[in-house]
Design a protein around this ligand. Structure first.
Ligand code: ADP
Ligand code: MG
Length: 225
């Protein structure tokens, strides 16, 4: 599903440049449930953003679904994202003036699915994350855990092959974090590849493989039994 070979990435400012990824080799198979773990600044978000075609790498090779992700135009990147990927972020990234249902339906609006159909699907996905009764509430009327479940429903509605989640439990208490991880586990059981970035050991332990990132390199990989 995903193959990286010798991926490098530097950030340049006016004064200096910082090499954040120093040659990442990584293979993730379809249907895997993996975490990328490392301390703050180790390059986790940079790596996830490259996987998610939200940022470009400097050198190396990235195959997504057997297709080389190289020299993509903005439009091509958006097309691959829409076809293959779903995103979940630490801060939920919901629109506060839209209901839970409208937030979940939004990706289908961009795919020009008609209103009735996208709203019906949004309610189905809200039901899957246990929030059917909350469809007409605004994000501000929901708890953090509920908001993240709305964001998960939104990431699923386009039927992605891979979900990329950057510190999805970073803003949640530990009970709620575990509930969110349980939802990810269920989603993974349906065959969706899950890649979770976290700096929390107990969250990483809920995935099947932990990729330890340190100073821009994969330090080691660990299978969770
Ligand atoms: P993590 O998610 O593991 O905390 P990041 O990938 O966000 O790490 O960042 C890795 C390093 O790259 C950090 O030192 C960070 O300050 C730096 N960095 C991240 N994004 C940028 C950027 N857009 N411009 C310059 N430096 C950046
Ligand atoms: Mg980060």
């Amino acid at each position: 599903m995903i193959s990286l070979q010798n991926i490098r990435k530097s950030y340049h400012t006016d004064y200096n440049s910082l090499e954040v990824l120093k040659g990442i080799d990584l293979t993730i198979n379809q249907g895997e449930f993996v975490s990328i773990m490392g301390s703050s600044g180790s390059g986790k978000s940079t790596l996830l953003n490259i996987l998610g075609l939200l940022d470009e790498y400097d050198s190396g090779e990235y195959l997504l679904n057997d297709t080389p992700m190289i020299n993509l135009s903005q439009k091509q990147a958006a097309m691959y994202r829409n076809q293959l990927l779903g995103f979940v972020f630490q801060s939920f990234n919901l629109l506060n003036f839209k209901s839970a249902m409208e937030n979940v339906a939004l990706p289908l609006y961009y795919q020009k699915v008609d209103r009735k159909k996208r709203q019906a699907l949004a309610v189905d996905y809200l039901e899957r994350v246990g929030l059917k009764e909350w469809a007409h509430h605004l994000p501000t009327q929901l708890s953090g855990g509920q908001q993240q479940r709305v964001a998960i429903a939104r990431s699923l509605i386009t039927n992605p092959k891979v979900i990329l989640a950057d510190e999805p439990t970073g803003a949640l208490d530990s009970k709620t974090s575990h509930d969110v991880m349980e939802i990810f586990k269920q989603v993974n059981k349906e065959g969706i590849t899950m890649i979770i970035v976290t700096h929390e050991e107990d969250i990483a332990r809920m995935t099947n493989r932990i990729i330890h990132l340190k100073d821009g390199l994969i330090e080691r990989e660990e299978l969770v039994s």
